[in-house]
Design a protein around this ligand. Structure first.
Ligand SMILES: [Zn+2]
Length: 182
């Protein structure tokens, strides 16, 4: 996807030592991932790349707001995140590396001169989003929209109420008797 081409670090011309990069993530980024649970956000990514003679270490800080929809009150809200992650970049050829199968290690072909961080960023941002999104737990400045919550609860009566109705309704009693007779 075109937009993701921006999320690359070109390292071949860099001297050994530390180098800083920064990236910005917004709606265009999430639009590139068809099934993303996050649709929008406003994030910054700082990367400190430590280039060594046979490998590289990239330290990431991903911070800002994700725009999410609350599962309880359905309102859109900002979830602040601040993620620190490390990625180790190695090169093919060393036998010990071939056996490594860990997310946090990227193995590049020898002749490669750049690497993409788009998938790495997407994965770690997605992991920060809980399975059940409740706005007031994810943003301390929020409380769930209680009117909406009450309205939604009315639309879906809980099972206790249904059972109560069954007991009261004479038609249910009649049906139950029929069943027993069978
Ligand atoms: Zn809410």
């Amino acid at each position: 996807v075109k937009h993701l081409k921006e999320f690359k670090i070109s390292f071949s011309g860099l001297s050994l030592g530390k180098h800083d990069f920064s990236f910005e993530i917004d709606k265009n980024f999430f639009d590139c991932f068809e099934y993303s649970i996050v649709k929008d956000g406003d994030l910054k990514v700082d990367v400190e790349l430590d280039k060594k003679s046979n490998m590289m270490i990239a330290n990431f800080e991903i911070y800002g707001d994700l725009s999410l929809n609350c599962d309880v009150c359905l309102e859109q809200f900002d979830m602040p995140i601040d993620i620190n992650e490390q990625l180790i970049i190695k090169f093919q050829g060393n036998q010990e590396d071939e056996e490594i199968d860990v997310d946090e290690i990227m193995v590049l072909p020898r002749q490669e001169h750049e690497f993409s961080i788009a998938d790495f960023l997407y994965e770690h941002i997605t992991l920060a989003v809980p399975h059940y999104i409740k706005c007031e737990e994810l943003n301390e400045d929020r409380s769930c929209n209680s009117e909406m919550k009450a309205a939604l609860e009315k639309l879906s009566p809980n099972t206790a109420e249904v059972e109560e109705k069954e007991q009261i309704d004479p038609r249910w009693e009649a049906l139950k008797k029929l069943n027993r007779n069978n």
